[in-house]
Each structure stands twice: as C-alpha cells, then as structure tokens.
Design a protein around this ligand. Sequence first.
Ligand SMILES: NC(=O)c1ccc[n+]([C@@H]2O[C@H](COP(=O)([O-])OP(=O)(O)OC[C@H]3O[C@@H](n4cnc5c(N)ncnc54)[C@H](O)[C@@H]3O)[C@@H](O)[C@H]2O)c1
Length: 257
Amino acid sequence: MSNTPEAKVSTVGPRMTGKTTIITGAGSGMGYASVERFLAEGGNVVGLDINDEGLAKLREVYGDDNLLTLVCDVANQDQVNDSVKAAVDRFGAVDVYFNNAGVPFVAKPIEEVTDEEWDLNMSVNLKAIFIAARAVVPVMKSQGGGSFIITASMAGLRPRPELGPYTVAKGAAVHFAKALAIELAPSQIRVNAVCPVAAATPMLAQFGVGDHITPNATPMGRLATAEEVAAMALFLASDDSTFITGLALPVDGGRSV
Ligand SMILES: NC(=O)c1ccc[n+]([C@@H]2O[C@H](COP(=O)([O-])OP(=O)(O)OC[C@H]3O[C@@H](n4cnc5c(N)ncnc54)[C@H](O)[C@@H]3O)[C@@H](O)[C@H]2O)c1
C-alpha cells in the first residue's frame, strides 16, 4: 500500500455525503473556503452572508444542485430562523451549523473604543452564537444530534493588546462553545470552536497594524490560510470527530504554545 498523500485521500472518500451544513460568512475568506471544501466532500451547503457579492460568485461557480445561498444578518433572530427553516425545506435537515461570520476590530487603545464598536463586536461575534443556537438546536434535537462549530480566534485564547471588544467576544465564544458542549452532549450535539491565528483573508487588513498580524507572529513563520481553517471545520463536522466536543482547536502554527 502506498503512503503517498494521493493514496490516502482516495481511500478516505467524501466525508459530507448526505449531510447538510449551514455556513455563515460564506461570501468571503474562511466561510467561502469552507463552502468549497464541504461541497467537494459531497455535502449540501447553505451559505449565509449579510452581503450577496461573494454568495453570487459561489452560485456562479457551483450552481444550485447542492448549494443554497441566502442573504442573512446573523445578528438578526428572525433572519436566522428563516434561514434554518429554508435549509430544512430545501435539504430536509441541518446536520452541521458552522457559525463563522464575524466582524474585525481596528486595533486601538481601550479608552478610544466607541460604544458602537463594542456593540457590533458583541452582536456579530458573540450574540450570533446565541441566536443560531436558538434557531438550530431544536432542529438538531429533533434529528437526534448534530455538530455546531464556532470560528473563535487565537485572540480569544491569548489576548493581544488593543483588540478590546474583539478579544472579549472571541474569548466568550470559546467559553460559550464549552458551555453548549456540556449542555447539549446528552442530545448528541457536539459543539467545538476553531481558533485561527491571523489568517490571510480580506478581514486581515481591517485589523490595522500590529505584531499579531505579521507572519513572524507564529513559530511556523506564516499566517493561517482560509483553507486550513476550512479543513479543521470539516474535521469537526465529519464523522472523524464523533467523540470530540468542547474543544477549542488552535489553527495557529504553534502560536499558542
Ligand atoms: N482573518 C483573520 O485574521 C481571523 C483570525 C481569527 C479569527 N477570524 C474569524 O474568522 C471568521 C471569518 O473571518 P474571515 O477572516 O474569513 O473574514 P472575511 O471578512 O473574509 O469574511 C467574513 C464574512 O462575514 C460576513 N459577515 C459580517 N457580518 C455579518 C453578519 N452580521 N451576518 C452575516 N454575515 C456577516 C462578511 O460579509 C464576510 O463575508 C470571523 O469570525 C473572524 O472573526 C479571522
């Protein structure tokens, strides 16, 4: 038997066949890469984003056989409820919810942070998890289980200076993942977080300057890629991780060591 990477991939096979995943922030960066990866793994995907531009590109490239895209503000309970219902109507189930959409924060001293910046980070980077859980947990319970994945951040495990509300929201997101994991384990719903270090996505430039976003911020000497985050989301979504819950998984080239 060959040990080449090609041989390993060909023996594994698609990992999301017959499964439906909702991915938020699907129009860009990690969400977009995750849509691509989950489709490539044979799954049905419902991509949500507040902005239709990236969703339109997904529709153009992948068509609509296994893909549904919806404009949705993840901070709006009614819109998320409607999106979950649309996913069930279209594909019959929601096996995985990847709560990935987020907003950046332009690094600045705490005394300069505005109420609006604080509230936006809490709403999109934290409250959206609560909103999503209220919408999708009843569906997953009725199905006998599911996987709920949150894109947190290395900033949520190891705060950096001047990222104020972003680090707080992401730290709480990690804690929320653990709390939900314990609460929902008896219902066979697994809840995990991925914690990327700075990643080469459109969001990166919006954080402003700082040593946390330069390649030498990691022992491996580079930033994360959107595809590396998508691969860990896939792992947490798939049957390769059926006994893993409450994990905050660094995708960080050794940054957290
Ligand atoms: N890029 C990084 O350096 C980095 C590092 C660690 C964690 N993260 C986190 O990764 C996740 C994905 O970020 P990314 O780097 O791919 O960024 P990105 O800017 O490329 O993509 C984020 C997407 O979320 C969407 N979005 C924003 N607000 C929304 C809302 N209210 N409702 C629905 N969609 C909304 C945006 O339109 C965008 O398409 C975020 O949660 C981010 O905080 C990013």
